[in-house]
Write a protein that binds this ligand. Structure first.
Ligand code: SF4
Length: 403
């Protein structure tokens, strides 16, 4: 089912009420989009190499890291989809059916270390979400298992969050300022109880609903308002070495299949909502053209969606949002610290559903929003590239948003 997304400033955009998966792919003008949800956010080296081989055989030779920590193949011909599924099944990255795939909506903090409860909690929660007695949640409703050394998924989309609290777990609803602390072995039960409360509260309309929206109109029960949610500085962990491994980045989250295979030969990988990969194995990282290892790389400060010509929603006349974003990237280091620039092919804002300095391509030119999402009211409309670049170079402008 589709329905228009209300926007303040632009014509309505058609959005789908479900997220694509591998078993239920999405049709795009360049073929099927097949989204793989690695279990517990991790791929073994063999799985990474196998996915790379499948991309080379059945899809475009470039995979996409999504902001929900999934891996996406594009350009799959419908006739080859069954063979691709066979390959994914053999790699152990396919769910039993499309319903299970849709329900297993769990983001996992990638910086967990040995002895950390995170991977076990993520597996337990995923297993419980696909059981027959699991709550029937809206497709985009998700969980963040953020029980590593420090929470780092606060910016990642999720409705129920689990964070470490000493030896226990703080479970809280996205949009709330308090939660409940439970022992480790009760954490997934508590997370599911919170999801059941959400369903029972009547917050789902036509199969859609998010926790933070629900809490604007209804209060959580008292026993979910016990322990304050600590303030945590949001932001993306820096590229480079971490206790769990080495974090490496990719412009727009695009990974060449050959690069994925090369990284897989080094060992296991973890996915992240920051379109980065964590390499578990220590040692030098191979010099590969699409691999970003320097934290200051300007390409990390721009986000852009697929857009034209592959996405039918995009304003085709303005060309590729990614090409424009790369053209604008040299300006990024000149911008104030924390500035993020997002180029979107339409007001849906797939690549960065948060505030940034946002450029939206339209049939009438480029719209600029100094601080906002892609569907916010533009500060400037119908610019050409030259005018846009001049504005971006201006020294005096409103504060922009972190990416
Ligand atoms: S934001 Fe980009 S990828 Fe998403 S629907 Fe619009 S044009 Fe397509």
């Amino acid at each position: 089912m589709t329905e228009p997304l209300p926007t303040q400033a632009h014509a309505a955009v058609r959005v789908k009420g479900w997220c694509p998966g591998a078993l239920r792919p999405m049709a795009a003008s360049d073929g099927l989009v097949v989204r793989v949800r690695p279990h517990a956010g991790r791929l073994s080296g063999e799985q990474a190499q196998g996915l790379a081989a499948l991309a080379l055989r059945y899809a475009r030779p470039q995979l996409e890291l999504t902001n929900r920590a999934n891996l996406q193949l594009r350009g799959v011909h419908a006739a080859q989809h069954p063979a691709l599924l066979d390959g994914l099944r053999a790699l152990g990255v396919l769910d039993a059916d499309s319903e299970a795939e849709a329900r297993r909506n769990v983001q996992v903090q990638p910086l967990w270390t040995d002895g950390d409860p995170t991977p076990a909690l993520a597996r337990e929660l995923s297993d419980r979400l696909v059981r027959g007695d699991a709550p029937r949640l809206p497709a985009k409703f998700g969980f963040a298992v953020d029980t590593g050394p420090h929470p780092c998924l606060r910016d990642a989309p999720a409705d129920v969050r689990l964070e470490r609290h000493g030896d226990a777990v703080l479970v809280w609803a996205d949009g709330a300022v308090h939660g409940r602390v439970v022992p480790l072995d009760e954490a997934t039960s508590a997370a599911l109880a919170l999801a059941r409360w959400f369903l029972a509260s009547g917050a789902v309309t036509q199969g859609r609903g998010r926790m933070a929206d629900a809490l604007r109109h209804r209060a959580l029960p008292e026993d979910w308002r016990v322990v304050p949610v600590p303030d945590v500085a949001a932001g993306t962990p820096a590229l480079g070495p971490h206790a769990a491994g080495q974090l490496v980045g990719f412009a727009f989250g695009l990974v060449q299949a050959d690069t994925l295979a090369a990284l897989g030969r080094r060992g296991a990988l973890r996915l992240s909502p920051w379109r980065c990969l964590l390499l578990e194995t220590a040692g030098p990282v191979p010099a590969l053209p699409d691999l970003i290892t320097a934290p200051g790389d300007a390409r990390l400060r721009v986000a852009a969606c697929t857009g034209a010509p592959d996405c039918e929603q995009a304003a085709q006349a303005q060309g590729s949002p990614r090409a424009l974003a790369l053209a604008l990237a040299p300006w990024a280091p000149l911008l104030p610290e924390g500035l993020g620039l997002h180029v979107s092919g339409c007001p849906k804002g797939c690549a960065h559903p948060r505030e940034a300095t946002t450029v939206v391509t339209t049939a009438n030119g480029l719209d600029l929003i100094w601080r906002g999402k892609a569907d916010s009211l533009p500060d400037h409309r119908g610019l050409d590239r030259h005018a846009l670049m001049q504005l971006l170079q201006q020294q005096e402008r409103p504060h922009a948003a972190p990416l």
